[in-house]
Design a protein around this ligand. Structure first.
Ligand code: CMX
Length: 430
């Protein structure tokens, strides 16, 4: 595979670069830790290296140095399409290079070859109660595939540490290839009478996900491609990325690591916020008998805050501006569904919420994050089941965290084991 050859050519020089840095500057301090940070979720402590993307509080995410508008311009598109193909962001995150059309085609074809779900997996998925949360089903399905891990097999056979990245790459390719089919299978089984839509061999990875959940609207396919690109990576400290990396550091394979990462994404303060946003909007509309005006919305926001709840889709642990992933989705909505009622509500919420959160005075970032927008787009194209939204996020996030996992093994990163302390110890220090 050309992709694997390209990756291989980058591994050696990168290993040398890191070895030299550690040898020559290993003692240089890049972070201090305060007591506040030790109790406060380690905000801002620089202590993990992630190559695939970097997050600036004001500018937002850059994937291997490229921001979202640049990706939308530079990454290859589907025939007749305007949005970047997720296969392209995978290529970029893994190698650092913007792929050509042929590079992307190779990934698409490779994922088609590896995408079939084994019978044993289908049986396991069929045995789960259909009212199990889709994220639970998703994480279970990923874990169930672990028995086919190439990395676990090679490790048992005694492969050299220098070679770890190779079987990890194979696991990552095999797993990514299957995720859209797993996701669509869960969706159709849970919500569409277990009637499934086979993959279309002519379609790309993202287009096929839209097709297999049951839509052949070209605009929905375009949305899916954009969605799968922009949710793919958000540097390494967020819960899904950090968990995948942490579990992988024990040399657990890609299946164990991603399954754990997806358990973290399923939390309401992380990826589940996208379903919570839509649920909250629907509650607002039901309680107020339709599209709310701004005064009604303000009152509802205050009621939510005064009840001790968070405004879902607002705030961020790192960002201090409107999330560019929110803006990319807003642009898509302005172009393709400007009259959509729920989009109008999402826009009205955007107009009033930041000022209210500022006045409320707690959230450090009063601006919307990615999850404030995604649900209204999915709903517009007929995905009414909010509980499923985080699975789309999961399919996308897998691209970034699994690319990082390949690099973790390529760089020979050790088992993660930070030091913990007790409150007694901290009191002794002060
Ligand atoms: N609504 C109300 N209160 C909020 C808030 C919001 N949207 N965002 C933060 N706050 C509160 C926090 O709960 C915290 O309150 P306490 O002091 O009582 O504990 C206070 O403001 C300070 O929090 P912060 O430092 O600004 O935010 P954190 O880094 O601790 O948490 C996040 C970040 C995203 C978990 C938080 O903003 C939040 O809960 N937002 C709503 C849920 C959400 O949209 N999550 C999705 C994030 C994107 C993703 O991962 O997918």
């Amino acid at each position: 595979m050309a992709l694997k050859d390209t990756l291989k050519s980058k591994v050696g020089p990168m290993q040398d670069r890191v070895r030299k840095l550690i040898k020559e500057h290993g003692d240089k301090k890049i972070s201090d830790v305060t007591i506040q940070q030790a109790y406060g979720g380690m905000r801002g402590v620089k202590c993990i290296v992630t190559e695939t993307s970097a997050l600036d509080p004001y500018e937002g995410i850059r994937f291997r140095g490229y921001n979202i508008p640049e990706l939308r311009e530079k990454l290859p598109k589907a025939p007749g399409g305007e949005e970047p193909l997720p296969e392209g962001i995978f290529y970029l995150l893994l190698t650092g290079d913007i792929p050509t059309e042929d590079d992307v085609k190779e990934v698409t074809e490779e994922w088609k070859k590896r995408g079939e779900l084994p019978d044993y997996l289908v049986k396991i998925m069929d045995s789960v109660p259909t009212d199990t949360h889709p994220m639970t089903q998703f994480a279970q399905a990923i874990l169930a595939l672990q028995k086919d891990s190439v990395f676990a097999k090679k490790y048992r056979e005694g492969i050299s540490k220098m070679e770890y990245w190779d079987p990890m790459f194979e696991d990552v390719m095999n797993l990514l290839a299957k995720l859209p089919r797993i996701a669509a299978y869960i969706y159709r089984r849970s919500y569409k009478n277990n009637e499934h839509v086979p993959a279309d061999p002519k379609l790309d990875w993202g287009g096929n996900l839209a097709h297999m959940v049951g839509s052949d609207d070209d605009k929905f396919k375009e949305l899916m491609r954009l969605y799968l690109v922009i949710h793919s990576d958000h540097e390494g400290g967020n819960v899904s990325a950090h968990t995948t990396h942490l579990v992988g550091s024990a040399l657990s394979d890609a299946y164990y690591s991603l399954s754990a990462g997806m358990d973290g994404l399923a939390g309401p303060l992380h990826g589940l916020a996208n379903q919570e946003v839509l649920r909250w909007i629907m509650e607002v509309m039901e309680d107020l008998g339709g599209v709310p005006n701004k005064d009604q919305l303000k009152k509802y926001l205050w009621d939510t805050l005064n009840a001790g709840k968070v405004i879902p889709g607002y705030g961020h642990a790192v960002l201090r501006q409107t999330d560019p992933r929110y803006m990319a989705q807003r642009e898509f909505a302005l172009k393709h569904l400007p009259e959509d009622e729920i989009f109008q509500v999402v826009s009205a919420i955007y107009e009033v919420t930041p000022d209210i959160l500022k006045e409320h005075g707690k959230a450090k970032n009063p601006w919307p994050n990615v999850d404030a927008h995604s649900g209204c787009l999915l709903l517009h194209y007929g995905i009414k089941e909010y509980d499923f939204y985080t699975v789309f996020f999961g399919v996308s996030r897998a691209i970034g965290v699994l690319s990082s996992l390949v690099w973790d093994r390529a760089l020979g990163l050790p088992i993660e084991r930070p030091k913990t302390v007790t409150t007694d110890w901290i009191e002794e220090q002060v």
